[in-house]
Design a protein around this ligand. Structure first.
Ligand SMILES: Cc1cc2nc3c(=O)[nH]c(=O)nc-3n(C[C@H](O)[C@H](O)[C@H](O)COP(=O)(O)OP(=O)(O)OC[C@H]3O[C@@H](n4cnc5c(N)ncnc54)[C@H](O)[C@@H]3O)c2cc1C
Length: 315
């Protein structure tokens, strides 16, 4: 049976849900205030799962997404496989989440470690250029007959009506709209510089060192790392940017002359558990799909499939 579905949100979670529903033959319209400039556009973005519920179901969604990202890889989607090294001062036990990798995670050899770092791991994971990926999702949805309407919504009730299922994929905004106080922002600032020819992502993750990521993408390098829990502030701090650039240049000396192209602030929509569940309000069906934390891209196709299954359960 075909359903009529409204998806609230055109970040990565809403758009993958909309495309999945449209691929299954449902009539889909997306309503969102932002898309190209949604928080999803600020992400690095790697197949990685920080700041999110760590459970077997999220692990399943992550591996479901990994398979789809690899299937769709290419310049149009902005997805490509890239080596990623995670470095620190001392050897770590590795991340149990990624034990199913092919090729598997291996220890970095001494010549793969930056100066001053004693240990690290190297793996091959999808890297997603979010500008390209979000555009490709919007185009794919349009190709499948879905539509996108740009507007701010004051309440979920503005979008519900009998016979239409609403998918609430409004990221951080979903908390307010669904009267869910358990949502909180985890803020990060990033700076984008020209790519002098770097080809490997580096993540500094070590309890004794400030976090840092240096992610070479198709057209640029994205640098970020420090996080602020519970803080919402859209203005970039010049002092934080200067420190990010200083540390990234120590890690990758080739960045010394790379000009700054732009800067941005993003807020991860964090919740103790990702909410993928349905409810009925005033006789109308709502499927919630939000709270993806620092893993919205890495979980996206998995939660999109789960949300679409719930839509199809609706009577
Ligand atoms: C610096 C940084 C790096 C990151 N790196 C990674 C990474 O490497 N890998 C990874 O998987 N994740 C990463 N993330 C996390 C990832 O970006 C998020 O999990 C993801 O973007 C959440 O997507 P979303 O669609 O739920 O939310 P959003 O992208 O915020 O989209 C929400 C949508 O809802 C709409 N909306 C909200 N309220 C309303 C309203 N009232 N009316 C109308 N529309 C509304 C918005 O306009 C928008 O379209 C990173 C995040 C940051 C900040």
């Amino acid at each position: 049976m075909n359903h009529e579905v409204t998806v609230l949100g055109a970040g990565v979670v809403g758009l993958t849900a909309a495309v999945t529903l449209a691929e299954r033959g449902h009539r889909v319209r997306v309503v969102a205030e932002k898309s190209a400039d949604a928080d999803s556009a600020v992400a690095a973005a790697l197949w990685a799962v920080p700041f999110v519920e760590q459970s077997e179901r999220t692990r399943g969604w992550a591996y479901e997404t990994l398979a789809r990202l690899r299937r769709d890889a290419g310049p149009d989607t902005g997805i490509r496989e890239q080596l990623c090294r995670v470095v620190g001062r001392a050897p770590s036990a590795g991340d149990p989440w990624t034990r199913g990798f092919t090729p598997p995670i291996r220890h970095a050899s001494p010549d793969e470690l930056p100066d001053g770092y004693g240990a690290g791991t190297v793996s091959s994971i999808p890297l997603i250029d979010m500008t390209r990926f979000l555009r490709w999702l919007r185009e794919t949805l349009a190709h499948l007959g879905g539509t996108i309407h740009t507007r701010r919504v004051g309440a979920l009730a503005d979008l519900t009506s009998p016979g239409v299922t609403l998918v609430n994929a409004a990221g951080l905004g979903a908390g307010t709209l669904a009267d869910d106080p358990s949502m909180r922002p985890v803020r990060s600032q990033v700076v984008r510089v020209a790519n002098p020819g770097l080809a490997m992502t580096t993540i500094v993750r070590d309890g004794s060192l400030a976090p840092l990521f240096v992610v070479p993408r198709f057209d640029d390098v994205l640098i970020g790392g420090p996080v602020q829990n519970g803080v919402f502030d859209e203005s970039p701090d010049p002092a934080v940017e200067a420190d990010l650039l200083r540390r990234a240049r120590l890690l990758e000396p080739a960045l010394a002359q790379a000009p700054v192209l732009s800067r941005a602030v993003g807020h991860r929509p964090v919740r103790d558990t990702v909410r993928v569940e349905s409810e009925t309000r005033g006789g109308c069906r709502i499927v919630h799909c939000y709270g993806h934390g620092g893993a919205g891209i890495a979980l996206s196709w998995g939660t999109a499939r789960a949300a679409a299954d719930l839509v199809e359960e609706a009577t």
